[in-house]
Design a binder for this molecule. Structure first.
Ligand code: ATP
Length: 370
C-alpha cells in the first residue's frame, strides 16, 4: 500500500473561449493520505475535485507542485508499479469486452490467469453479488448497477495499492446506491488500500472514508473526519456545506461579549470580539425546537420527512427566516405562530466579514480518527 502526498499542487487551464481566459481549477493544494488511509474530495460542482483526482492518478500533470507516492515523485514510479485501481462515474468499460475480459485483463497480461477465478470468487463473496453471472456479457448487455459492479471488480482484481473513485455511485438510483455503498465498504474492509474518492454526497463520504477534504474553488477549506468538520467548522462555508438539513445563519453584532441579532439575542460569545463587530450566528435546525415560551415566529413552509422521521419547518419573524427540525407530526399548519427555543449551547459564531469561526479552533491533528 502507498502513502500519497500532494505538495502545493496547482492546475491551470486555458478556457476554450475567445478571451482564452485562465481557469485555476486547483490552487496550491497540499495534503497527505497515509498508507491504508481513506479520504473523500468533497465540494460543490466545478470546485476541482475531478481535476485533483486525475492529478493524483497521473492522468494529468500539475502546472506547479508535486504528487508523491511513498515519497517518490509520481513520474519516477513506473506505471506498472503504481497499483492504481480506478472507478469512474461512467464506469469506462471497453464496449467490445465481456465482463470476464475486463475483470481479468490485469492478471492475464501478467500470465497469472489461474488467479482469476479465485479473485472473482472473493469479490463476489464479499459483495454478496454474483459477479460470475455477468462474466460473458458486454457492457451494453449490463444495467447501470451491473456495469458499476464490473468496474469495481476490475479495480480489485489486480495488485491494488491505491483505489481512486470518481463519483462511483452517481448514476445509480437511491436504493441501489445504498447497497453499492455497503458492498464497497465490505471490499475495503477485506482489502484495505489507500483510497481517495470524489463525491458531492456528504453522506456517502461520511460512511465510506476516514477523512474529508472539503474543497471550494480549487482550494481546500478544511480536512478532517466528518464529525470534526460538523462540530468545528473552520468557517461558515464549511458549516453550511456540512450537515443536512443546512445550518441556519442569522446576522447580528457583538455587544459586551454577547451576540445580538435583529429579532433576539443575548447569547454569550466564546471569544473576545470588539463591540459592533458583525457576527453571524450559525445554528443547526435540530438545535431549535418549538416550545411553550420563546421567540415567536410564523410557519411559512412544512416539509414532512417520513423516512427520516422528522418535520422541517421554515419559520419567519420580520425579514428573517430559519428552519426547525422537529418531531414528525401533522399538528403544524402554515400561518400558525409558534414559540421557538434555541439551544445556544449548540450555537456557532462567525465573523461576518471573514467567515471565520469564532471559537477556540481544534486543529485536525488534535482529533482522533474514530
Ligand atoms: P463536478 O462535481 O461538476 O464534476 P469538479 O469539482 O469535479 O466538478 P472539475 O471537473 O475538476 O470540477 O473542474 C474544475 C474547473 O476546471 C471547472 O471550472 C472546469 O470547467 C475546469 N476544467 C476542468 N477540466 C478542464 C479542461 N480540460 N479545460 C478547461 N477547463 C477545465
Amino acid at each position: 500500500m502507498t502513502e500519497i502526498t500532494l505538495e502545493n499542487i496547482s492546475r491551470r487551464f486555458i478556457a476554450n473561449n475567445l478571451q482564452k481566459s485562465e481557469i485555476m481549477a486547483v490552487r496550491d493544494v497540499s495534503l497527505k493520505v497515509k498508507t491504508g488511509g481513506s479520504l473523500a474530495l468533497l465540494g460543490p460542482t466545478g470546485c476541482g475535485k475531478t481535476t485533483l483526482l486525475r492529478l493524483i492518478a497521473g492522468l494529468d500533470t500539475p502546472t506547479t507542485g508535486e504528487v508523491l507516492y511513498d515519497g517518490l515523485r509520481l513520474e519516477e514510479v513506473p506505471i506498472q508499479e503504481r497499483g492504481i485501481g480506478m472507478v469512474f462515474q461512467d464506469y469506462a468499460l471497453i464496449p467490445h469486452w465481456e465482463a470476464e475480459k475486463t475483470i481479468s485483463f490485469f492478471l492475464r497480461l501478467r500470465h497469472r490467469e489461474r488467479e482469476v477465478p479465485e479473485r472473482v470468487r472473493r469479490v463476489s463473496k464479499i459483495t454478496g453479488v454474483g459477479i460470475e453471472t455477468l462474466m460473458d456479457k458486454l457492457p451494453r448487455q449490463l444495467s447501470g448497477g451491473e456495469k458499476q459492479r464490473v468496474a469495481i471488480a476490475r479495480a480489485f482484481a489486480r495488485d491494488l495499492q491505491v483505489l481512486l473513485l470518481d463519483e462511483p455511485f452517481a448514476s445509480l438510483d437511491a436504493n441501489f446506491r445504498a447497497s453499492a455503498r455497503i458492498e464497497l465498504k465490505r471490499l475495503l474492509q477485506e482489502f484495505p488500500v489507500t483510497t481517495i474518492m470524489v463525491t458531492h454526497d456528504q453522506q456517502e463520504a461520511a460512511s465510506l472514508v476516514e477523512r474529508i477534504a472539503l474543497i471550494r474553488e480549487g482550494t481546500i477549506e478544511q480536512t478532517g473526519p466528518y464529525r470534526h468538520l460538523y462540530t468545528h467548522p473552520r468557517n461558515i462555508f464549511v458549516a453550511q456545506f456540512i450537515g443536512v438539513p443546512t445550518m441556519n445563519r442569522l446576522e447580528g453584532v457583538a455587544r459586551d461579549g454577547k451576540w445580538y441579532g435583529k429579532q433576539f439575542g443575548g447569547y454569550p460569545l466564546p471569544t473576545d470580539v470588539a463591540n459592533d463587530t458583525p457576527v453571524t450566528l450559525g445554528i443547526r435546525p435540530d438545535a431549535i425546537q418549538p416550545h411553550l415560551i420563546g421567540i415567536s415566529a410564523k410557519i411559512d413552509l412544512i416539509e414532512m420527512h417520513f423516512a427520516e422521521r422528522f418535520t422541517l419547518l421554515t419559520v419567519s419573524k420580520g425579514d428573517e427566516h430559519w428552519q426547525i427540525q422537529t418531531e414528525l407530526t401533522p399538528n403544524y399548519k402554515v400561518g400558525d405562530t409558534i414559540q421557538c427555543q434555541l439551544n445556544h449551547a449548540h450555537a456557532l459564531f462567525f465573523n461576518t466579514h471573514t467567515g471565520e469561526y469564532l471559537s477556540p479552533f481544534l486543529h485536525d491533528e488534535d482529533m482522533p480518527l474514530n
